[in-house]
Design a protein around this ligand. Structure first.
Ligand code: HEM
Length: 401
């Protein structure tokens, strides 16, 4: 039996609500029963992302710009290397425009989003998600600085939306922000989360940006980490990409089914790192029984994603980096329902398909063109704990193949 079937409970509320959002504004960090904000975002990420076409076009453009600035043959620090590319592909859907390389506004945005996910240390992570502890010791648990960063991010997003309002035409949305403002203006029901006085907008957009930014760019950093470490895996991956796209053709998202080893490598990196090691904490919204344990309504649950993805009962030699575990006997990609990297149930990640597209396209294009190796001593595999696990700072050398 897989973990998904073992742990299915209706846990919809999130605990950070208590420290940042006592009025249940927004949705990513809050308690919601009515998922209208989430439905709106999922629908509009698709609409303004043109069902993936916008993302592919934008990512291809950004990846080409990234290649232009990359200096092959030199030691390149990997931390933050992919932030700009990842941010622009989502910001364009949310706000209808993108940032130029080096734009100070982009630096501010990345810094704020990064500070929201960077909770130093396991103790702080657990403490912060624990309402009584975080209320008692807001500085120690990191809640004070978290709230500052979160409010800063909301103000930033609201400021940019106000700028966009100057050129907006009602009923002709150009992006999610316009569509959101239209919806707020049309909402007369005070019970709706779109009711103007509720002011959900900055919180919902902050959730999308925080959710999108640190996760995908950190996953790419870990991919470099593991491919530099396992050169044989890197060679196999390159061979597959070159067979499908040749050296001159451009890999496309439609090639994904023909790149099973590439998919397997990405999944194995997500498994072994346990990128979001405790997902987001949630309260049970009903009484539940799991594996014989009674869990009353309103119990705070923290999912041990890292533990699940390293459970030797489920994964053969879980500490080994072995992409083949995601391939079947015909070398086709094989999903594993125990990989819970995007969460599960009502509160699972709404950006999963965007993230998968970003990772696949980036990896295919990067390793079609470059090989990568460490510059200097390989860093530790343990990484730095937070809401997202980051690799220890390291540098790598890209070589044109
Ligand atoms: C490799 C990339 C990503 C990973 C590993 C990841 C992982 C996760 C996880 C574990 C959760 C919490 C699930 C739970 O508590 O059960 C989550 C929630 C969320 N993610 Fe992602 N995510 C990624 C990319 C993205 C992207 C690209 C977006 C936006 C476009 C996004 C937006 C969100 C939002 C808004 C939530 C909160 C959903 C809710 O509260 O209902 N994520 N993500």
């Amino acid at each position: 039996m897989g973990y998904k079937t073992k742990v299915w409970i209706d846990f919809s509320a999130t605990s950070v609500l208590y420290c940042v959002n006592p009025n249940t504004y927004g949705f990513g960090f809050s308690n919601y029963v009515n998922a209208e904000q989430k439905f709106f975002l999922i629908k509009n990420l698709k609409t303004f992302g043109e069902n993936g076409r916008y993302l592919e076009g934008r990512l291809n453009y950004e990846i080409s710009c990234f290649f232009e600035t990359l200096k092959p043959g030199t030691a390149i620090p990997i931390r933050y290397l992919f932030t700009h590319t990842v941010l622009n592909s989502v910001w364009g859907i949310v706000m209808g425009y993108t940032f130029k390389q080096g734009d100070p506004q982009m630096e501010i945005l990345c810094d704020l989003a990064e500070r929201v996910t960077a909770i130093e240390g396991m103790v702080e992570s657990v403490g912060m998600f624990n309402p009584w502890l975080s209320n008692l010791m807001p500085d120690f648990t990191g809640v004070t600085s978290w709230i500052q960063a979160y409010r800063g991010l909301c103000d930033f997003v609201e400021g940019k939306a106000n700028d966009r309002k100057q050129t907006r035409v009602k009923g002709q949305p150009r992006d999610i922000t316009d569509a959101y403002i239209d919806r707020v203006e049309d909402t007369k029901d005070p019970a709706s989360t779109f009711f103007p006085a509720k002011k959900f907008f900055p919180h919902s957009m902050a959730a999308v940006l925080v959710g999108a930014l640190d996760t995908t760019s950190t996953a790419l950093e870990w991919i470099i980490f593991y491919l530099a470490k396992y050169q044989d895996v890197q060679r196999k991956l390159q061979q597959e990409i070159l067979e499908v796209a040749s050296k001159t053709g451009q890999p496309a998202l439609s090639d994904r089914p023909n790149l099973p080893y590439t998919e397997a490598v990405i999944h194995e990196v997500l498994r072994i790192t346990g990128l979001v090691p405790m997902a987001l904490p949630h309260y049970t919204s009903v009484d539940a029984e799991v594996s014989g344990y009674f869990i009353p309504k309103d119990t705070l649950l923290i999912q041990n994603t890292w533990g699940i993805q390293h459970d030797p009962e489920v994964w053969d030699e879980p500490e080994e980096f072995r992409p083949e575990r995601f391939l079947d006997e015909n070398r086709k990609f094989r999903k594993n329902e125990n990989l819970l990297i995007f969460g599960t149930g009502k509160r699972s990640c709404l950006g999963e398909s965007i993230a998968r597209d970003q990772l696949s396209l980036f990896v295919a294009r990067m390793f079609q063109r470059f090989s990568v190796q460490y510059s200097g001593k390989p860093p530790s595999e343990h990484g730095k704990h937070g809401v997202v696990i980051h690799a220890e700072p390291f540098s790598a050398i890209f070589t044109e193949i």
